[in-house]
Ligand binder design. Structure first.
Ligand code: URA
Length: 218
């Protein structure tokens, strides 16, 4: 499916249309952006996109005493958020979302791609308790084939999660289509939908290897 067909077919794919987001995504694409700048930009984008992904969180009125009087004022309702990072590139993005909600819980999912089957294999999983009562925000900067995100969300659902959202910075149309076939109920908050995946499963034009660029590895 093309980008427009995907956006028409799935009204819960939100491409964040904001000048700050667009500007920072372009800086990420630039091969001359260094590790420090890249890491900061990923974090900042995590905050900006996380803000949109949490716009509908429920609030309830709490009683608060101002210096002048007692009043009712809204506060977040329910259990703390859970941000789930798909390691390792997701960690940078998770830091940005945490700025919105510093007391959020953080789950970690580690996956690698089996060179034979090309399927994701889980090597690490650590989640907080009461996954079924929390809003779960799964983060990974790059949605390429979609396999890791699909497998991570499969796991969240197996653990009982009911309110799951997914954030990425760059997505390939192929990855979005696969994701939505597996998880039509999970809204996606995306920085940009790029042209395609290449034969090495890199997103084009993309940013290259996001994990390597965040951590300065190769
Ligand atoms: N992971 C990355 O880091 N970059 C891509 O382009 C695809 C997957």
């Amino acid at each position: 499916m093309t980008r427009d067909e995907l956006l028409n077919a799935y009204p819960d794919i939100f491409v964040i249309d904001h000048p700050f987001v667009k500007h920072k995504l372009t800086s990420l694409r630039d091969k001359n952006t260094n590790t420090r700048e890249f890491r900061m930009l990923v974090e900042e984008l995590g905050t900006l996109i996380g803000y949109e992904a949490t716009r509908d969180l429920e609030t309830e009125d709490a009683t608060v005493e101002t210096p002048l009087e007692t009043t009712l004022s809204p506060m977040l309702k329910g259990k703390k958020l859970c941000i789930v990072t798909i390691m390792r590139a997701g960690n940078g993005l998770a830091e940005g979302v945490l700025k919105l909600s510093p007391s959020a819980r953080v789950g970690h999912v580690g996956m690698y791609r089996d060179p034979e089957t090309k399927q994701p294999v889980e090597y690490y999983l650590k989640m907080p308790h009461s996954v079924d009562e929390r809003t779960i925000i799964v983060v990974d900067p790059m949605l390429a084939t979609g396999n890791s995100a699909i497998a991570a969300i499969d796991k969240m659902k197996e653990m009982g999660a009911k309110d799951i959202r997914f954030i990425c910075l760059f997505a390939a149309p192929e990855g979005i289509e696969a994701f939505k076939k597996s998880h039509p109920d999970v809204p996606m908050y995306v920085g940009a939908i790029d042209r395609e995946l290449d034969e090495h499963a890199y997103i084009r034009p993309g940013v290259g290897d996001a994990g390597d660029r965040i951590y300065g590895t190769r």
